[in-house]
Design a protein around this ligand. Structure first.
Ligand code: B12
Length: 283
C-alpha cells in the first residue's frame, strides 16, 4: 500500500528562503513518517540547489518507503521547483541556477516515468501534447503527460517549441481525442491561440478537445481563445481528460456545452477538496 501523504494542501514555503534546518522545523509533510519527512525536505533542497545527483539518490529511498511516484512529483519536487521560480522572479537566481534545478527535475522524472506508466491499467484514449512554438519549458508538460499515461491514456508528446503544423500532422497521424498545449511565457501564450485557429482552419476543431495549461494560463484565457478546458495542474488535467472520453464523449471539440461542463468540474473539484480538508481538520 502506498503511503498517504497530503500533497494538495496549500503550503507556506517561506522556510525554503532559509535553509534545511529551518525547513526541518516546519510541519510540512508531517503526516509522513519522520524518515520520509526528512527525505522530502532533502529532495526539496536538492531541487533548489540543482543537485541532480543528490535528487536522484533520494528518490529511490523514498520509493523504498512506499511513497508513490505521484506523491514525489506533486510533493517535494513541486515545492522545490516552486521556490526556484520565486528566486528567479526576485533575481535571487539567474538562468544557470534555474537550468541546474530543471536538470534535477528531469533526472528525477526520468526515474519516475516508467514507474508511473506501469500503473496504467486500462486504455482510455489518445492525447497529443506539446509546448507551443517559441517556448522551451517542459517540466510541467512532462508531468501532465506522465499522469495521463498512468491514468490510461496513450500520450504522444511532441516536445517543446512545437509549431501549429506539427500539431496538425500529429492530429492526422494519431487521431487523438484530446490535444494539450503548454505555454510558460506570456510571450508564447498567444501561440496557443494561433494553434487553435490553425486547427479550426484545417477543419479539425470538432475532432479534438483542446486543453491548455502552463503558469500564465487561466480559465479566462481558455475562454478567450476558445479552448475546451484549462487545468491548473496535472491532477485536474487527468480528471477533465477522463470526463472528455467518458461522460462527455459525445460532445465535440469547440461545443459550448463541453466548455461549460469542463468549467463546472472545477467547482466540483474545489468543493471536494474543501470537504476533504474539512474532514482532515475535524479528525
Ligand atoms: C525551470 C524554468 C526554466 C527552465 C526550463 C527548463 C525546462 N526544461 O522546462 C529554463 C532555464 C530553460 C528557462 C528558460 C527561460 N525562462 Co523560465 N522558468 C522556469 C521556472 C523556474 C519553473 C517552470 C517549471 O518547470 N515549473 C514547475 C512545473 C511543474 O509547473 P508548470 O510548468 O506550471 O506546470 C504545471 C501546470 O502549469 C500545468 N500545466 C503545464 N503545462 C500544461 C499543459 C496542459 C495541456 C495542461 C492541461 C496543464 C499544464 O500542470 C503542470 C503540473 O502541475 C519558471 C517559474 C514559474 N513560476 O513557473 C520560470 C519562468 C516560466 N521562466 C521565465 C522566463 C522569463 C524564462 C526565459 C525567457 C529567461 C531568459 N531570459 O532567457 C527563458 C525562456 C526560454 C524559452 N524560450 O522558453 C519566466 C516567465 C515570465 C513571463 N511572464 O513570461 C518565469 C515565470 C520565471 C519568472 N518568474 O520570471 N526557464
Amino acid at each position: 500500500m502506498p503511503l498517504e501523504i497530503d500533497t494538495e494542501k496549500e503550503n507556506n514555503l517561506d522556510d525554503l528562503k532559509e535553509d534545511i534546518e529551518v525547513t526541518r522545523k516546519t510541519d510540512r509533510w508531517s503526516d509522513a513518517p519522520a524518515e520520509v519527512k526528512e527525505l522530502f525536505h532533502q529532495i526539496e533542497w536538492n531541487v533548489i540547489d540543482g543537485e541532480h545527483g543528490g535528487t536522484v539518490d533520494l528518490i529511490r529511498p523514498a520509493l523504498g518507503h512506499q511513497v508513490s511516484p505521484r506523491t514525489l512529483v506533486a510533493g517535494p519536487m513541486a515545492t522545490g521547483i516552486a521556490e526556484v521560480g520565486r528566486r528567479f522572479k526576485f533575481d535571487e537566481y539567474f538562468l544557470p541556477e534555474v537550468m541546474m534545478s530543471a536538470k534535477s527535475m528531469h533526472a528525477a522524472l526520468g526515474i519516475l516515468k516508467p514507474l508511473i506508466i506501469e500503473e496504467k491499467s486500462e486504455e482510455l484514449g489518445t492525447v497529443v501534447v506539446g509546448t507551443v512554438q517559441g517556448d522551451l519549458h517542459d517540466i510541467g508538460k512532462r508531468i501532465v503527460a506522465m499522469m495521463l499515461e498512468a491514468a490510461g491514456f496513450t500520450v504522444h508528446d511532441l516536445g517543446v517549441t512545437v509549431p501549429p503544423e506539427e500539431f496538425i500532422a500529429a492530429i492526422l497521424e494519431h487521431k487523438p481525442q484530446i490535444v494539450g498545449f503548454s505555454a510558460l511565457l506570456t510571450t508564447t501564450m498567444n501561440m496557443q491561440w494561433e494553434t487553435v485557429k490553425v486547427i479550426a482552419k484545417q477543419g479539425l476543431r470538432e475532432d479534438v478537445k483542446i486543453f491548455v495549461g502552463g503558469a500564465p494560463i487561466s480559465q479566462a484565457w481558455c475562454d478567450k481563445i476558445g479552448a475546451d478546458a484549462y487545468a491548473a495542474d496535472a491532477l485536474i488535467a487527468v480528471e477533465k481528460a477522463k470526463a472528455c472520453v467518458g461522460k462527455f464523449k459525445e460532445l465535440k471539440g469547440g461545443d459550448p456545452s463541453l466548455h461549460a461542463a469542463m468549467l463546472a468540474m472545477d467547482t466540483d473539484l474545489t468543493r471536494a477538496k474543501a470537504e476533504k480538508a474539512q474532514a482532515a481538520y475535524a479528525a
